[in-house]
Ligand binder design. Sequence first.
Ligand code: 4NP
Length: 153
Amino acid sequence: MQKILVVCLGNICRSPLAEGILLHLVAERKLNIHIDSAGTSSFHIGEAPDKRTISNAKKHNIDLSPLRARQFVQEDFERFDKIYVMDKSNLSNVLQLTLDRNDQQKVDYLLNCSFPGKNMEVPDPYFGGEQGFEDVFNLVYKACEDLLDSIQN
Ligand code: 4NP
């Protein structure tokens, strides 16, 4: 079974959103893929996703309320086949924990699923307004569809 991990800083906005969208699409498409998310920081360990992320996702029929934040750990390189990060700082934090080239090759920007090789970042909506959450939803939803399309084809 393929195993995919999505990673951001706090694991309360972008990566739980990506996890919830992937879980939704995997169920809809009846795929056998394991999905999880984590944050590079310890700031929000054990917390539910941000209220604004939960309410935005709910508008799109995706329930993030059962998810809880955890920190990214080195063992995640053994547990997962691919690790998708949201931005340059996540990439650098995750790469710092790699032990070899095999680990390094598992890591990529999530938005490279939609815009190959462009290394575009999913902006952090945490300090912004409601529209930021909607923009992030649309970007992440499309990237998750493109990711699963590429696995299926
Ligand atoms: P995330 O957003 O990395 O998408 O979960 C953030 C959440 C919290 C903080 C930063 C980013 N924070 O500084 O607490």
